[in-house]
Design a binder for this molecule. Sequence first.
Ligand code: ADP
Length: 542
Amino acid sequence: WAGNAFEWTKRIDEINYNVFGHRKFRDTQREVINATMAGHDTLVLMPTGGGKSLCYQVAALALPGLTVVISPLIALIADQASALDGRNVRVGVLAGCASDDQRRATLSDIASGSPQTKIVFTTPEMVTASDALKGALARCNDRGNFSLVVVDECHCVSQWGHDFRSDYLSLNIFKNSFPNVTVMALTATATPPVAIDIIKNLGLSANYQHFTQSMNRPNLFYEVRPKTSKATVKDIVAFIRTKFHNKAGIVYGFSRRECEDVARQLYAARIPALHYHAGLDPSARQNVQNKWMDGRVKVIVATIAFGMGINKPDVRFVVHYTMPKSMEGLFQEAGRAGRDGLDAHCLVYFSYKDKTRIESLIDRNTETSWVQKREEKSKIAHVVRYCLNKVDCRRFLQLAHFGRTFDPAKCASTCDNCASSAIFAKVDVTKHARNLVTLVKTACKELHRPVTATQVAACYYGSSSKPLVTAGLTRLAQAGAGRGLDRDNINRIVQHLILDGVLSEFSKSRPGPHRGVSTYIQPGSKANAFLDGHTGPMIIAV
Ligand code: ADP
């Protein structure tokens, strides 16, 4: 599809230059546009900043009839529509950000069957709810004036994705009702199972074309640092001061309170920072966003409510103060850095405690099923493995998650692991891992009280602190068998055993003066198979 001798080639080149001011297409843009012009449905995977919007905008202007763009976010719709309006493209908006009058006018223009509007933006909710819209589109289609449907952020149609939205499921109405209208589905992140879901749930035709722009972002440096509750904000301050003084960045926090806290601390350290989260009223949010966009405030401390569709090219760093909830989230959020192609830094602070914190929130969510909870936890486990890994190239790990190959030699020291001069090695720790599982098993059986991961690691290390003695842990046969090992490494083995299901965690109220809920560990579903040697050796980077 890369050819430039199609009957529409001159036209799309002219649109690219005259309307958008670009002399060239980027990698895969021309291919996507050509396939669309030829009437093929397409699934387009391009990383954030890759230039997805241009694909559908040029195709929409080159095709004879109307293009409908479905996008999940009003803010995104408003931005795109006003940018196109500024380029003298006739756009209509059927979403909350347009006035009643504007919406009525757009709808009646479409209902005429020969609309003046070239591109109409709407939301999946509107598609589900509005019979008037469906009727109007049918009239266009009857007259041959309905050319293209664009599903932006199409990973939302998949339950395996990290951002499933049930209204997206109704989007199969397009292929069902208008099989002749081409569909272009766009996303920045889709693992192979998500891609399969997109194709199935949108009902893409059998000859659909799949386009993938390289997901490697060579200008981004990836790093993971340990998170310690007190020192981390200080570390962020030093990171910004030394490397990114007066540069734009995003710090992602887990909760509203966390964002407010971190923003306050940064501000106190004289780094102009503001918080942003769904709890702010819309005008305050807009205000914060504007200040950041035009550079009056350099750093925004936000929940993941912030970012989708925000196109600030010169973001120099993205920090995850709390680890992201999925590899997809990590890739997408970190991907907001360096859209201008210049170097940028993506830093994740990791603490195992955060995993427990996020999981307890998942457990408490009354709106999700058991299956969804399990799915969400398995996504977190991927991120934890990524963070615990101190050996493999981070680009390799991220891209492997999306089913892509990447030669770590090409990373050229642009991630902490490839750049590190520390010698980490992959070591077979099966013997210690078995000892630790036996220790947990015996403790659960003999002590009649639950044990925590920290206690188990300390006991194996040989600690004889009073709480361990009181709990009876120091009497167990494996106590002290890990003497001589690095304590962090013992913790890491326990964490891997939990991730692998050999040990499992459970929460229980803690009696006594320090009442609260604690997380304890016990043998997991795979404990016996592991002890009997039915699973492979345990090899981790230490
Ligand atoms: P995405 O939607 O994939 O995140 P965008 O469509 O917002 O990416 O594009 C990112 C940036 O790249 C925008 O500033 C856009 O103007 C620019 N861009 C897109 N295509 C081209 C091109 N062919 N030539 C130059 N700049 C481009």
